[in-house]
Design a protein around this ligand. Structure first.
Ligand code: NAP
Length: 517
């Protein structure tokens, strides 16, 4: 068993008391503990502001891009170790790849942005000169400068690597030092990554701090120059968003929360068509990858009512062959949930959904799994539900079961399909399958206002598709409403989140001199 330390104020420190426990997802045994008891959270912020901030602001964008590239290089040198740790959370090799190498890939994409798309300076001149006077002696122009505080991250358990690295990519490139707080249950992976980065010497002093455990009174000490990036459940996110100090100081806050993502089968797609097969494959992927513990996973499957049975039969036929168990055992396709508490939550969520749905595949209480003790590990086989009455169902649009669980909902016509999709109250991503161009266009404009990303699929696109659940660093990751209203990824916009846009006014000559690189 290991004790996870925190890297704060330039040194590794251990909190007092017994700390919080981390458990192995397959065996249920305690594997680590961590504590932040006795830590001075204000000092951490001050350290980042006074040591890390100036170091980063002295660097140009290409130099910061170079830093991201070096970080990616360091982490790439320790992949095997990261995969071993991810296995303790129940990740299959593929699950771990998404988290670990997906995160490293994001560093590379933002590194390239810094080295190729941003100026050789430490700030950005934004837009053209605006004429403000008759004689032209008084003009305006915008610049973007890094905020001078700390970019605090509070991350979800399901992507301990990617969740940290994707936020670091934007904030470090913008010129802000970071303080990372991984979710406790999977903090070991983030801890080991930070350890490797710090010991490599690539991180300028003060640019990366790590807190393993609770955040104490950290939020209380944040100022208008700090940024809080939160990923996790909508309930915790809303609580943090309304923290009195964050509200009073207008601390910039980005929330990536849960969402009831949907996939929709266009009314034009016949049950015996190749497009139908691709649609089913997309659903199976989303239910099984990371045992459905993805914020982007498909939770609602919207299909024409007359094809509901065909969809259920096609999905269940494949789900029946899914081997669930210890990912270390040959042939296992899906691992456990992260811990027993997540399993309990998932079972409770299924019970709530069952008030208006019937289970058409899977047993939430099953306990025999490949190579593992189901009473000790946190296994849940894929569960497919069918909504009994689409017109009146409510819970299916509100309750996110964070596991391999999805519900088929039959719709009567296109308008009802759209109305049902929108009942999710804003989601990270939706996918549409249709071969009908006019229908695809109509549904796109009906879905777009409620989604951060929309896959407008047909058979042709499915060959090279990156998949419904995969957030791409080049594209928006975030969604309106329930999904948090944020935009964590998406190229320059996510970098700008850590910068102040300031309008300068003065003579053209003076502004030219200030803005010249
Ligand atoms: P969670 O329970 O909301 O926890 C998220 C983070 O908040 C953890 O680091 C947790 O720390 C911390 N936290 C909890 N209470 C806090 C408090 N009072 N003050 C400060 N920090 C607090 O979510 P989770 O169970 O880790 O993750 C699953 C959820 O995240 C799902 O709902 C999923 O949809 C969502 N998610 C969203 C995205 C996205 O990009 N939109 C990505 C991944 C996951 P401890 O672990 O130490 O309690």
């Amino acid at each position: 068993m290991i004790t996870l330390k925190s890297y704060i104020c330039g040194e590794w420190q251990t909190g007092g008391g017994a700390g919080r426990a981390l458990h192995h997802a397959v065996t249920g045994e305690q594997i680590a503990s961590c504590s932040t008891e006795g830590f001075d959270f204000e000092a951490m912020l001050e350290y980042g502001r006074n040591v890390g901030g100036p170091a980063l602001r002295a660097m140009t964008f290409p130099q910061r891009g170079e830093l991201l590239k070096k970080m990616a290089g360091v982490l790439n040198g320790h992949l095997e170790e990261f995969y071993e740790i991810a296995a303790a959370y129940g990740a299959t090799k593929r699950d771990a790849w998404m988290d670990v190498e997906g995160g490293i890939g994001t560093l590379f994409v933002y590194s390239s942005l810094g080295r190729k798309a941003l100026p050789d300076s430490s700030f950005i001149v934004d837009g053209e000169v605006a004429g403000l006077s008759k004689e032209g002696t008084f003009v305006g122009r915008h610049i973007r400068v890094p905020l001078e505080g700390v970019a605090v991250q509070i991350n979800a358990f399901n992507f301990p690597a990617w969740g940290m690295l994707e936020k670091l990519a934007s904030s470090l490139l913008a010129g802000m030092p970071a303080l990372v707080k991984p979710a406790t249950s999977t903090a070991w992976l983030a801890y080991r990554m930070v350890e490797r980065l710090i010991e490599s010497g690539v991180m300028p002093e003060g640019t990366l701090q790590l807190v393993c455990g609770s955040v104490g009174d950290l939020l209380h000490h944040m100022t208008c120059q700090d940024v809080l990036g939160f990923t996790g459940s909508a309930s915790v996110g809303c609580k943090l968003k309304s923290h009195p100090n964050l509200v009073a100081n207008s601390v910039r806050f980005n929330m990536e929360a849960d969402s009831l993502n949907c996939i929709m089968l266009g009314h034009d797609v016949a049950a015996d068509s190749p497009t139908f097969g691709k649609f089913v494959r997309e659903i199976l992927n989303e239910m099984r990858v990371k045992a459905g513990q993805k914020c982007t996973a498909i939770r609602r499957i919207l299909v024409p009512a007359d094809r509901e049975q065909a969809v259920i039969e096609a999905i269940t036929a494949k789900l029946s062959g899914t081997v669930v168990g210890d990912p270390a055992v040959e042939g296992v396709k899906m691992g456990p949930l992260v811990n027993r508490s997540a399993l309990r939550d998932a079972r409770e969520g299924i019970a709530v959904l069952s008030e208006e749905c019937e289970i058409v595949h899977g047993d939430p209480d099953r306990s025999d799994f490949e190579g593992a003790d189901g009473e000790k590990g946190s296994f849940l086989e894929p569960i497919l539900l069918r909504c009994k009455d689409a017109a009146s169902a409510v819970k299916v649009h509100e309750v996110e079961v964070f596991g391999p669980v999805a519900t088929v909902i039959g719709y009567a016509d296109d308008d009802q399909a759209l109305a049902l999709a929108r009942k999710g109250g804003g989601s990270l991503v939706a996918t549409l399958y249709s071969e009908d161009e006019a229908l695809a266009r109509k549904l796109t404009f009906g879905l777009a206002p409620f989604h951060g990303r929309l896959m407008v699929m047909n058979e042709q696109a499915s060959g090279e598709s990156t998949g419904h659940g995969v957030a791409m660093p080049q594209l928006v990751h975030g969604g309106p409403g329930r999904a948090g209203g944020g935009e964590e990824l998406g190229g320059l916009r996510s970098v700008y989140h850590y910068m102040q846009r300031t309008a300068l006014q003065g003579t053209p000559e003076r502004l030219e001199a200030i803005c010249s690189v």
